[in-house]
Design a protein around this ligand. Structure first.
Ligand SMILES: [Zn+2]
Length: 476
């Protein structure tokens, strides 16, 4: 050990203190949040997420009852009443409610407790260990969406612990089965447990996504008032069966393949719907050129002859400007020398806001040009959009603006879908909103290998979420 003089130690301590001040994130202290012990709440959040990732709720089969019981233990310790209900054996759902003075409609904090399966061989850590390494918390669900579940939980608990007077009820709901369509989760709750959502006017859940630059600094926070709707179709061709040694030109497989070829060659026209126009315009400031100018004036861009080929370089954007078709499932004979009497294909189509299933079915029928092929709808729900002219949207904008002077709020249209539609159908204003700004590289690991959340984004997101809910719900 080297010897230091008192003076040099003092100078060093002063230097470190100044350095800490200089490096502190530019978070504005808020008098309204002064009573939250952030240091304690953040470490509770990290510990809880690590423990929650260890509760394996891979869907299928789900086993979300384990997660519901995990939440229940916490509610029990905090003295908060809750209810658990199973939509089917093992498919648990949980609710807890903080009472407000009833002067405004309730806010639902909705999170799905299931996660998608993992391919363990491609992970560099155990996906169900909740490991903390290299500034990340690793594991299946760490982004989608156990992290947001814990942030909703701690926001809810902290309102209770601090005894904050509320002007609206806050309803915490953890559901099963989102990753498989939500019929055993949010869809079931809305239908079979209407008392759980009684009095609700607003709902927040996953979706939209928020972007950070490579240093982790937030660029924008997304709010999703609408999303594309699934039109999952099954096409079935039937025909004469026979021996594979004597070909049948118009066999079921041949006619199905001809129909699929037409679908594959079909280039869906570009269509600028109002929510997507808003999305592009609000995202424009955060895009590099030439996309900044294109997004700022999407009508002019789409009128250019090279618009389609340019958009093919941005498939995520193109998918928001067209209906899409992915051929995903094929089946025919299970024996190589039998020409089967039936062949079928499954299509994952996603429709732009405003498109009905009837209109889309007619379009597919026109493209395949073969009336003998049967079309069945596997999954669809009606398109619905929530207004952004609401006090909840205003609270999100205010909180983002107060914490981050340089980051904005972008209205997005999700290319996929979440549980939001079940609530929009009931007239509840529902937004996808994720308070964690992450890089594209981090975001791309959702449903993939080595899913992980940057711990700093997670902690910052906890504070941002609290600001929003507190502002939106506290009694004035
Ligand atoms: Zn999810």
């Amino acid at each position: 050990m080297r010897n230091f003089s008192l003076r040099s130690i003092f100078a060093f301590v002063l230097f470190v203190s100044l350095l800490c001040l200089a490096l502190a994130p530019p978070l504005k202290a808020q008098s309204t949040t002064a009573s939250v012990d952030w240091h304690a709440l953040e470490s509770e959040a990290v510990q809880d997420l690590s423990a929650y990732v260890r509760v394996n709720t891979t869907n299928p089969p789900g086993n979300e009852i384990r997660a519901a019981q995990w939440y229940a233990n916490i509610f029990q310790k905090e003295g908060i009443p809750y209810q658990i209900a199973e939509s089917a054996p093992g498919r648990g759902n949980i609710v807890a409610r903080l009472k407000g003075n009833g002067s405004e409609p309730a806010l639902i904090l909705l999170n799905h407790m299931d996660v998608v399966p993992v391919s363990r061989a491609f992970w560099s850590v155990d996906p169900f260990a909740g490991l903390i390494r290299d500034g990340y918390l690793w594991g299946r669900g760490s982004l989608d969406m156990k992290s947001l579940g814990i942030v909703q939980l701690l926001t809810f608990l902290e309102l209770h612990r601090l005894n904050v007077p509320l002007r609206r009820d806050i309803i915490f709901i953890g559901t099963a089965d989102e990753e498989a369509g939500g019929n055993f989760g949010a869809g079931w709750v809305v239908k079979d447990r209407p008392q759980w959502i009684a009095g609700a006017g607003f709902m927040l859940t996953e979706g939209a996504g928020s972007l950070a630059d490579d240093s982790g600094k937030p660029i924008y926070f997304g709010v999703g008032p609408t999303e594309k709707t699934p039109a999952w179709l099954k096409l079935t061709a039937t025909g004469r069966a026979g021996h594979g040694s004597v070909p049948i030109p118009d066999s079921a497989p041949n006619r199905l393949l001809a129909a699929l070829t037409r679908l594959r060659q079909y280039r869906p026209p570009l269509e600028l719907t109002p929510p997507v126009e808003t999305m592009l315009r609000t995202r424009a400031p955060y895009e590099p050129e030439p996309w900044r100018s294109r997004f700022a004036n999407p009508k002019a861009f789409l009128a250019q002859p090279d618009a389609y080929s340019e958009l093919e370089k941005r498939p995520g954007i193109l998918a928001r400007l067209t209906n899409t078709i992915s051929i995903t499932g094929l089946s025919g004979s299970n024996k190589v020398n039998i020409i089967p009497p039936e062949a079928s294909a499954e299509l994952d189509c996603r429709l732009l806001p405003g498109w009905t299933i009837e209109r889309w079915e007619a379009e597919v029928r026109r493209i395949i040009d073969d009336p003998s092929i049967r079309i069945d709808v596997i999954l669809n729900f009606p398109p619905a959009t929530s207004s952004t002219n609401t006090p909840l949207f205003a609270s999100i904008q205010k909180a983002v603006h107060d914490r981050y002077s340089s980051a904005g709020v972008v209205q997005t249209v999700d290319a996929g879908f979440t549980d939001s539609h079940f609530f929009r159908d009931k007239g509840i204003v529902s937004y996808g909103f994720e308070p964690f700004a992450v890089t594209n590289a981090d975001d791309e690991r959702v449903h993939g290998d080595n899913e992980r959340i940057p711990i700093q984004s997670y902690k910052d997101g906890l504070q941002l979420y609290w600001d929003i809910v507190y502002d939106f719900a506290r009694a004035k």
